[in-house]
Write a protein that binds this ligand. Sequence first.
Ligand code: GTP
Ligand code: MG
Length: 140
Amino acid sequence: MTERTFSMIKPNATKKNVTGGINALLEQGGLKIVAQKRMQLTREQAEKFYEVHKERPFYDELCEFMCSGPIVAQVLEGENAVMRNREIMGDTNPEKADAGTIRKEFGDSIGENSIHGSDSAENAAKEIAFFFSEMEILPA
Ligand code: GTP
Ligand code: MG
């Protein structure tokens, strides 16, 4: 089933100028980047995006980091894109991620792990709508 997911390259990766390397792994993994924009999140936007993690001890640190530099918001398309993208990203903790995954190659720590990917089709739809208007995305 062809579907879409939301992806976000995090500030540690834009700072290191490795967005091209990350995109290459996404494309080699079989996903197509159908929308993409580089932007700076405000603290309010970061807090809203990560609202589900509000009660977690790292919430403040995470929101602070996510607006510490530019991010690249993306819509990815492909076979089982949500789960496929999570395989390509690798484990949340770069130290535990398999070789060849994005987080292993480009992650610096569990917080600064270089990329976010939606964890379900339902959240993908919400996250895409949060970042992109209809006009900014190629029709499916
Ligand atoms: P996302 O794709 O970013 O949602 O990652 P995930 O689904 O693999 O992990 P999870 O949803 O559990 O956590 C969301 C984000 O919170 C992670 O990507 C990390 O950047 C951050 N995070 C998770 N655990 C920790 C932690 O122990 N410390 C810090 N600083 N950040 C954490
Ligand atoms: Mg998650």
